[in-house]
Design a protein around this ligand. Sequence first.
Ligand code: SF4
Length: 263
Amino acid sequence: MDNRSELYQLAAQFLRQLEERGEAFLLLENINLADYPGAQAAAPEAGKAPEAVKPGPELSGQPRPGESLEAFGARIASCTRCRLHESRTKFVFGAGHPGADMLFIGEGPGAEEDRQGLPFVGRSGQLLTKIIASIGFTREEIYIANMVKCRPPGNRDPRPEEIEECNGYLLTQLELIKPKVIVTLGRFSAGYFHGSPGAAMRDLRGQIGEFHGVKVVSTYHPAALLRNSNWKRGCWEDMLLARKVYDQAGGRASSGAVYRPGN
Ligand code: SF4
């Protein structure tokens, strides 16, 4: 392979990455193969887009017109935007009601979630089901997603660059679901949705934030509650606040009642 062909292949690879990131429009319009004479072997007809530059799986963070939440999830399931795809077993898009008025957002899939391809299915998930039930909902009435959709190895925290790469997908989920209230689980999602990355949970709990017009309430991650049961009381108070904000925002009635000691 001569130097020009090699350069062309590098350029094509770069363009494919832009395409995956939904940024191809920045450059593709200005590409002219006449500027790449060494590319002729890969593109037999000069002036026509070569095979290598054709979009691969379309992985832009934007839904197609009329695309359902489920179809969007299926389309991005083979994402390789960040290194987390290398160690995942299954991509974990989210689960629940596609038009839920309440959306729970954790940090990233754990080992069991990675195995099953579903969010919050391990011990933390069982506790989350109880937390959701304490304010009258079943898991089918709400929606659950994570900041990143592939498991960080060894259950480490997701890195800022991984959150940044995955962020477009979560924003599209928000756009398609259109919740009235977001409940964040753990400090990563709390910091992000309150616009205070790195803030401590104690500074964000009890606050009613707003993210693109959607109310935000924050509580502990269920995994943290499993490690420290003293925080369960605080979590219940956070959930009462979330339910109050939900009712004030006109959220649909739940199938169950809010748990209060004695009822
Ligand atoms: S974590 Fe998100 S951005 Fe990274 S590979 Fe998985 S789906 Fe893609």
